[in-house]
Design a protein around this ligand. Structure first.
Ligand code: ADP
Ligand code: MG
Length: 378
C-alpha cells in the first residue's frame, strides 16, 4: 500500500460545496469552498431543495478547482472520501454520486465519511501531532458533542446536547434579534460591543454532574426577555443582549469541556465545529487552558465551519484502517456516528470495497442534524 496516500475529500452535506486534497503526512495540497449564504440568506435558514440544486451546479467545478490548485494529476489520488451523512438527503446525494463516479473511474477506494467524524478529525489538520488521548468538543450548527478520543479513529461519546445544538441557539437568537443569517458570526460581532454582565441568561446544566448539554431553555429565556422588554416599551440594547446570551452559552461549553478533561485525566482538549470560531469562546478556552496546563487545539477559522479538508483527513483514518465502501454505498441523511472506529483487518484497496464503513453499536446522535435548523420555516 502507498505509504503516503493522497485523498480527495468532497463535502456537500448542507450549504457548502467543498473539495480538498490532503496527503498522508497531513499536508493540505488544496482546499476550495463555495458557500451558499447568498442562496439561503434571505430565507433565514437553509432551504434543502435550493441547496441540492446549487451543489449540482457547482460541485464538479469545485472538485476540478481543488485538483488544479493542488497541481496534481488525477492519477496521483489514492482514494476519494465523501461525506455520506448526516445532513440534507438531496445535498448529500450530489457529493456521494460524484465521489462514487470519480472513485470508480480512477479505480481507487471509495470512503464514506461521517460528517461528525470529519469535524473530529479537523483537530489534527494544523497539528498532526496533537496528543491522544484527548477530549474533543464538536460544537456546530447541528451538534454539541463531547468525545474522548483514544487514538486515530477510536473515540467514545461522553456527552451531548439533549435538545438544541449551541450553533442552533446562536442562529435562533440572531433571528429573534433580526441580525441575519448565519447567526453565530453576527452575535459574535454584536457581542464585542456589548456588556456581557448587563443581562444574565441561564446557564443550563452548568452545575450538574452530567457532561450533557441543553440549550433550548436559554433560547426560550431570550424569547421571554424580548417579549417583556417590548411590553415595557423600553429600548433594546442588542449588543448587551448578544453579549449576555453568548456569555451564557460559552461558559457552559467551557465548563463542560474542562470537566471532561478533569474526569478522564487527559491533558489535551480540542474544540472544533462552526461555533469554535467564536471569539469569546476561543478567548475563554485559551485562558482556562493556560491556567490548567492543558494543551488546547482550536482550528483556524476556515477549518471550524464545514470544509472538505476535514473530510479528507477523516478519510485518511478510514483508509489507514481499511474501511472502504462498496459501490452501492448510499447517502445516509440520518447516519449515526458509530461510537468507536477501530481497525479492521487490512485488505488491498479494491478487495476491501465490499466492506461497509460503519461498525455496529451506534450511539443515537441527532439524526436530523441540519434539517431542524435548516428548513426555512418560522
Ligand atoms: P454544521 O456542520 O452543523 O452545519 P458548521 O460546522 O458549518 O455546522 O457551523 C455552522 C454553525 O456555526 C452555525 O450555527 C453558525 O451560526 C455557527 N458559527 C459560525 N461562526 C460562529 C461564531 N463566530 N460564533 C458563534 N457561532 C458561530
Ligand atoms: Mg459541519
Amino acid at each position: 500500500m502507498n505509504p503516503k496516500p493522497r485523498i480527495l475529500g468532497i463535502e456537500t452535506s448542507c450549504d457548502e460545496t467543498a473539495a480538498a486534497v490532503v496527503d498522508g503526512d497531513g499536508r493540505v495540497a488544496s482546499s476550495v469552498l463555495s458557500s451558499q449564504d447568498d442562496v439561503h440568506g434571505k430565507y433565514g435558514g437553509v432551504v434543502p431543495e435550493l441547496a441540492s440544486r446549487r451543489h449540482i451546479e457547482t460541485v464538479e467545478r469545485i472538485v476540478a478547482a481543488a485538483m488544479q490548485q493542488a497541481g496534481l494529476p488525477w492519477s496521483s489520488l489514492s482514494a476519494v472520501a465523501v461525506t455520506r451523512g448526516p445532513g440534507l438527503a438531496g445535498a448529500l446525494l450530489v457529493g456521494v454520486s460524484l465521489g462514487k463516479a470519480l472513485a470508480y473511474a480512477l479505480k481507487v477506494p471509495l470512503l464514506g465519511v461521517n460528517h461528525l467524524e470529519g469535524h473530529l478529525a479537523s483537530a489534527w489538520i494544523d497539528e498532526p501531532d496533537f496528543p491522544r488521548p484527548c477530549i474533543v468538543l464538536v460544537v456546530s450548527g447541528g451538534h454539541t458533542h463531547l468525545f474522548l478520543v483514544e487514538s486515530a479513529g477510536v473515540y467514545r461519546l461522553i456527552g451531548r446536547t439533549l435538545d438544541d445544538a449551541a450553533g442552533e441557539a446562536f442562529d435562533k437568537a440572531a433571528k429573534m434579534l433580526s441580525l441575519g443569517y448565519p447567526g453565530g458570526p453576527a452575535i459574535d460581532r454584536m457581542a464585542r460591543m456589548g456588556n456581557a454582565a448587563a443581562i444574565r441568561f441561564p446557564r443550563p446544566y452548568r452545575k450538574r454532574s452530567t457532561l450533557d448539554f441543553s440549550f433550548s431553555g436559554i433560547k426560550t429565556a431570550l424569547l421571554y426577555y424580548l417579549r417583556d422588554l417590548d411590553r415595557s416599551g423600553k429600548a433594546r440594547s442588542v449588543s448587551d443582549i448578544a453579549a449576555g446570551y453568548q456569555e451564557a452559552i460559552v461558559e457552559v461549553l467551557v465548563d463542560k469541556a474542562f470537566e471532561a478533561v478533569r474526569r478522564f485525566h487527559v491533558k489535551a482538549l480540542a474544540v472544533v465545529g462552526g461555533v469554535s470560531a467564536n471569539t469569546r469562546l476561543r478567548a475563554l478556552l485559551t485562558e482556562r487552558a493556560r491556567a490548567a496546563g492543558v494543551h488546547l487545539s482550536l482550528p483556524r477559522a476556515a477549518y471550524c465551519t464545514d470544509n472538505a479538508v476535514m473530510i479528507a483527513m477523516a478519510g485518511h483514518w478510514l483508509f489507514e484502517n481499511g474501511r472502504f465502501n462498496s459501490w452501492d454505498m448510499e447517502a445516509d441523511a440520518g447516519w449515526t456516528l458509530p461510537e468507536s472506529h477501530g481497525p479492521v483487518e487490512r485488505q488491498g484497496p479494491l478487495q476491501g470495497q465490499a466492506r461497509r464503513s460503519s461498525s455496529p453499536g451506534p450511539v443515537a446522535l441527532s439524526a436530523g442534524r441540519k434539517v431542524h435548523r435548516g428548513r426555512a420555516h418560522a
